[in-house]
Design a protein around this ligand. Structure first.
Ligand code: PEP
Length: 254
């Protein structure tokens, strides 16, 4: 997957009407932009349908922020990928560090979700990243290696399947302390090599894209855009303001 992506993770920051308002503004701002279909908006579950309608006649894509690992059944409170597909989500963020931290999501559970998302024809955006203590103690690569291996355990990739692997150092999220893009390039190349070991180098090349998230902003986006190895950006805080997000998309995708 070569096309660059910019993915907006709105988390639980906006209510339904705020989400619709922002989607309408994005629609106007991105009118005639050739890279529209390289932008993915991930609102909360309840806003997905309304945001889809607000973005009508654009090519902007829709993603969810999580899903369950079973398609149907007695799982009170969970959301099936089948329903995400019905509300037109093409992507789903899985294993975000906030879900790993607050909801104690484990790699094994994430692997089941990745598997079902792929079977439902939804592209998983699988998040991996080390916590501050692992970073400080030099355990970044070993942490990532384990996360990648276990979060993709048992996945049988078909040639049409696409997975977005997002490297998001936990200590760089939401605080303005982004990782130096040169270091990002090194980590993404490490991740690609790990994926090649788990699957094959052909699959690492054809079925995966490797992206970064963590305090990407309108101010620093050009530094990331310089590196072709950074195939996409996952953007949290800076995706909530039209001006900032438009600049990030323009600078990274144009
Ligand atoms: C995120 O939480 O996925 C993220 C990248 O957040 P931020 O851009 O705010 O660091």
């Amino acid at each position: 997957m070569r096309t660059k992506l910019v993915i907006a993770n709105w988390k639980m920051n906006l209510d339904i009407s705020e989400s619709v308002q922002l989607a309408k503004k994005l629609k106007l701002s991105f009118l005639k932009k050739l890279w529209q279909d390289q932008v993915v908006i991930c609102p909360d579950f309840l806003s997905l349908s309304s945001v889809y309608q607000a973005l009508n006649k654009t090519k902007i894509r829709l993603g969810a922020q999580n899903c369950f690992w079973q398609e149907v059944g007695a799982y009170t409170g969970e959301i099936s990928p089948k329903n995400l597909k019905q509300v037109k989500a093409d992507f789903v963020i899985l294993g975000h560090s906030e879900r790993r931290y607050y909801f104690k999501e484990k790699n094994e559970e994430i692997a089941l979700k990745v598997d079902l998302a792929l079977k439902t024809n939804i592209k998983p955006i699988v998040c991996v990243g080390e916590a501050l203590t692992d970073h400080q103690k030099g355990r970044t690569l070993s942490t990532l290696k384990k996360q990648v291996k276990q979060s993709l355990q048992g996945i049988k990739l078909k040639s049409k399947d696409k997975i977005v692997l997002a490297y998001e150092p936990v200590w760089a999220i939401g605080n303005g302390k982004n990782l130096d893009p040169k270091e990002v390039v090194k980590i993404l190349s490490f991740l690609k090599a790990e994926i090649a070991k788990v699957f094959s180098s052909t699959k690492a090349e054809n079925n995966f894209s490797f992206i970064y998230g963590g305090s990407v902003s309108a101010e620093n986006v050009k530094d990331f855009a310089k590196f072709k190895e950074i195939q996409g950006l996952l953007v949290g805080s800076s995706s909530l303001k039209l001006r900032n997000f438009s600049k990030i998309c323009n600078d990274f995708l144009s």
